[in-house]
Design a protein. Structure first.
Length: 246
């Protein structure tokens, strides 16, 4: 397993793709409706239905008439019509039949039977008991009591800002200060680095607090990382604040 959190990878990918899309279309602002979120799913109850819901999303949105017509989906791979190297379909198909040909036939019928379904809020927000989990009460209790899901308190963007202020002797009302100050620049870079590293909040949200755009914040985070490779004291402080928040 890699050491980089999936949330950080997805956030970075979203940021870069949004920036490229805005540049290409000569526009600005958000591209995706919401940030990346991972939900632990009870496979026995929800996985098949969730798979169907995802593959029918382009149909519900009016982008295509059939799920197999959507170029960016994986429905055709499940039907065996194309191969996506990184996608594993065997486990999901095995829930329909042990024989691949029969599994694909039953799977396709199952998908099309959900064509009239509407928006399912729980697939985005998880269960009411815990938004990180989608399952019945017994499954939620089991996951909360296991090592698969930690129950530590969640870090917020406000927590990051408070810790960075403490580390850099910065006051909360100084974030938008226009004067050139090495201490403030380093604090903004550290806050941006922590947002990217932890996946907590977004650079856009941080930008509203600091009065800086996402490109400036991203560049500040990169400069801080490069400095930390030579500055052992800075490297130590960055690791300490990350550990404190983690």
């Amino acid at each position: 397993m890699g050491k980089i959190p999936l949330s950080r990878i997805l956030q970075n990918l979203s940021f870069r793709y949004t920036r490229w899309g805005n540049w290409r279309q000569k526009r600005s602002g958000h591209l995706f409706q919401g940030r990346y979120k991972a939900v632990l799913v009870d496979a026995d109850i929800y996985l098949d239905a969730l798979t169907r819901y995802i593959h029918l999303n382009p149909v519900r949105a009016g982008v295509v008439k059939e799920p197999g017509d959507y170029s960016w989906g994986s429905h055709r791979a499940y039907l065996g019509l194309e191969k996506i190297p990184w996608l594993t379909t065997d486990w999901v198909l095995s829930q329909f039949s042990e024989k691949p040909s029969a599994a694909r036939r039953i799977y396709e019928k199952f998908i099309m039977e959900g064509n009239e379904g509407g928006h399912q809020l729980e697939y985005y927000k998880g269960s009411r008991t815990d938004s990180r989990i989608l399952g019945d009460d017994a499954f939620i209790d089991q996951m909360l009591g296991s090592k698969q899901l930690t129950t530590r308190s969640r870090v917020t963007l406000e927590d990051i800002l408070k810790e960075v202020c403490r580390q850099n002797s910065v006051k909360a009302n100084e974030w938008k200060d226009a004067r050139k100050d090495h201490r403030l620049s380093e604090a903004r870079g550290m806050a941006a680095w922590l947002v990217l590293e932890t996946g907590v909040g977004t650079l856009a949200e941080l930008g509203r607090v600091t009065g800086r755009d996402i490109t400036t914040l991203s560049s500040a985070a990169k400069r801080l990382q490069r400095r930390a490779q030579k500055d052992l004291d800075l490297d130590k402080r960055m690791k300490e604040v990350l550990q404190m928040l983690s």
